[in-house]
Design a protein around this ligand. Structure first.
Ligand SMILES: *Cc1c(COP(=O)(O)O)cnc(C)c1O
Length: 420
């Protein structure tokens, strides 16, 4: 059973001020989870989580995580600006971009962010446009299949990211010539992983590579960035990852692969997005139609423009009908949004309690890659975001878009001046 952090009473109180649909985030859940992460990795001096901004790009969330000791992982000009506005600078910003534009590197250098290079040709590009910093990270792509045991977890050979193993050696040598003093290494080989083995396996690969590169080039490595990829159980019957088991696995690899080779003082960094936020966000929506045709449909006031994972990946997101948490799931519905796209379905053939018009539905695990993947198809407007505080009070942390926002990019045209 997945229990939402929002009760029907609280939802009604919020809806009286902020109409559905909106995303709501649970401050207590976010903070407690972040503290557990830091506790799990406390064996590593200098451990730092760089929250992947793309997962939930909201200043209130970024500031909340900053207070817990997190930095930010940015990959675009706008994300860097948001990081700057929220008070992040220098080593608190990891810039893990790809196909990077010159002005993005210029901004990253101005903020003194740690730059994570995605390709060997970016050495010259960065040098030309923004200059080479003293500390730099390289994104490694080992190619082939990424397997844990016999299970294929990812397919790096098909991924556009990172440098090959020979390029890693060449890049480190080039960067040493350019005056780089400290290196980091990064890799992202599998997404939304469950089962606790991903980070330890990835860590083994990266630690081994650090040991090899140190021996080959004499370069000084100071951190290993395990990036994102720790998953969350979207389905109620899936087991939750245990961050302490994960961190212990990374420590074991650290001892066996680095300490045994005499390499010390390597900091562990992470760039988690989903794991930090997904379970602590709900998309709150109201049932507005019940349609009985070849199937039973419940039409809601949210659509794929508010949460696109079901439409594009067929992703499962659990749904709770508030006030009917303990009612029998004796109806089978497709819960659908209003886009003129047949993929706009939050749930297909989902057993749920009987739903009446006006019922409030919460769509679970929408706190990461939820609002942020939103879009304006069919002229749909992006929804509001709300932060629920531990004492039950709440703040609007992003207002919903209005038609004025939608028309803003036309407002130099006479017909749209009125909407300014
Ligand atoms: C998307 C992304 C992340 C976060 O991934 P999650 O699956 O949300 O943990 C981290 N680092 C980089 C470079 C990414 O692109």
């Amino acid at each position: 059973m997945k229990q939402p952090f929002l009760t029907k009473e609280k939802a009604e109180e919020i809806i009286a001020k902020i109409p559905t649909p909106f995303h709501i985030y649970d401050e207590k859940g976010i903070v407690d989870n972040a503290r557990e992460l830091f506790k799990a990795f406390s064996w590593n001096k200098g451990f730092k989580e760089y929250f992947a901004v793309k997962a939930t790009p909201n200043p209130a969330i970024l500031k909340l995580l900053k207070k817990e000791g997190c930095g930010v992982d940015c990959s675009s000009y706008t994300e860097l600006l948001m990081a700057e506005a929220c008070g992040f600078s220098g080593d608190e910003i990891m810039f893990s971009s790809n196909e990077t534009a010159a002005e993005e590197y210029v901004l990253a250098r101005r903020l003194n962010a740690i730059i994570n290079l995605d390709d060997i040709t970016h050495i010259d590009f960065l040098k030309k446009h923004a200059g080479i910093p003293q500390k730099i990270c390289l994104r490694y792509n080992p190619g082939g299949d990424f397997k844990i045991g016999t299970r294929i977890m990812g397919n790096p050979a098909d991924a556009k990211y990172g440098l090959t193993r020979p390029q890693m050696t060449e890049a480190v040598k080039r960067l040493l010539d350019e005056g780089v003093k400290e290196f980091g290494i990064h890799s992202f080989l599998a997404s939304n992983t469950l089962g606790n083995e991903y980070y330890p396996e990835l860590a083994k690969i990266l630690f081994r590579t650090v040991a090899e590169l140190t021996e080959e080039t004499g370069a000084k490595f100071v951190f290993v960035n395990l990036s994102g990829g720790i998953g969350v159980p979207y389905r109620p019957d899936q087991p939750k990852n245990d961050i302490f088991v994960i961190a212990d696995g990374v420590e074991k690899a650290y001892r066996e692969t680095l300490l045994d080779k005499g390499i010390e003082g390597i900091k562990i960094f992470t760039e988690l997005g989903r794991y930090m936020l997904a379970p602590y966000g709900l998309l709150v929506t109201t049932a507005i139609h019940a349609k009985h045709t070849h199937k039973e449909y419940i039409g809601v006031d949210a659509c794929a423009a508010n949460l696109m994972r079901p439409a594009i990946y067929g992703a499962y997101h659990h749904i709770t009908v508030l006030g009917k948490e303990n009612a029998p799931c004796d109806h089978v519905y497709d819960v659908v949004g209003s886009l003129c796209e047949n993929s706009d379905k939050f749930a297909v053939d989902r057993p749920l309690p009987k739903i009446d018009d006006g019922d409030i539905l919460v769509i679970h695990d929408a706190g990461a890659h939820g609002f942020s993947m939103g879009y304006n198809y069919n002229g749909k407007l992006r929804s509001a975001e709300v932060l629920l505080h531990p004492d039950g009070s709440f703040d609007l942390i992003r207002r919903a878009e209005t038609v004025k926002d939608y028309f803003a990019t036309f407002n130099f045209m006479d017909e749209f001046r009125a909407y300014r």
